[in-house]
Design a protein around this ligand. Structure first.
Ligand code: FE2
Length: 193
């Protein structure tokens, strides 16, 4: 990412060890706040040590409440690794954000929250809840088959989600897929946790 020469931020996933992952010297137990004109992006850490599923700590949710109040004049996009909404895929949904109801309760009083973005599910999805868009993004690695109850790979190519944040609070988003797919070996795939 540094070689691309554009600003970037990251938040830990279930494969990351926060003790060894670079977070631009920010504390991964604290929300990261990025102010961009009329928008504010808040990164939350949903990773739990040695666990596949996710949880946002109570302290972070309390900080989120304060941040949303402080940023009341900005539109807000929240990002965390784990998916707050079920993907209708039993095997991946057992690894979702387990306290998503706490997150929804936290954001519910704030009309400035426009979207929540996650990874983890290796597939594209959009859900809307009370005017908030929930977006998942494809993986830059292997893709998981949507709505599959058992682990299964999808034929889609690696991809990413582009999001354009408009000053009026609207957002435009599109998923782009790479033209070629590099397949991992079965041992690498089965190593997914
Ligand atoms: Fe993950």
């Amino acid at each position: 990412m540094q070689s691309v020469g554009i600003p970037f931020f990251h938040t830990p996933g279930n494969h990351d060890d926060a003790a060894h992952f670079p977070f631009h010297e920010t504390d991964p137990t604290q929300p990261t706040v990025i102010e961009l004109g009329q928008w504010c992006i808040i990164l939350l850490n949903s990773a739990q040590p040695k666990r596949i599923d996710g949880k946002i700590a109570d302290a972070q949710l309390q900080q989120l409440t304060q941040l949303l109040a402080q940023q009341h004049d900005r539109h807000v996009l929240i990002a965390c690794h784990h998916h707050p909404f079920a993907m209708q895929s039993a095997w991946i949904d057992q690894h979702k954000l387990k306290n998503s109801s706490d997150l929804l309760e936290t954001i519910q009083p704030f009309s400035n929250v426009k979207a929540i973005v996650c990874g983890h599910v290796h597939q594209d999805s959009i859900n809307t809840w009370q005017g908030v868009e929930f977006l998942s993004t494809p993986s830059t690695c292997i893709q998981f088959k949507p709505r599959s109850d058992k682990f299964a790979l999808d034929e889609e190519h690696p991809g990413y989600r582009y999001i354009c944040l408009k000053a009026n609070g609207e957002l435009e988003t599109q998923v782009y897929r790479l033209p070629t797919s590099q397949r991992m070996s079965s041992s690498e795939v089965l190593g997914y946790d």
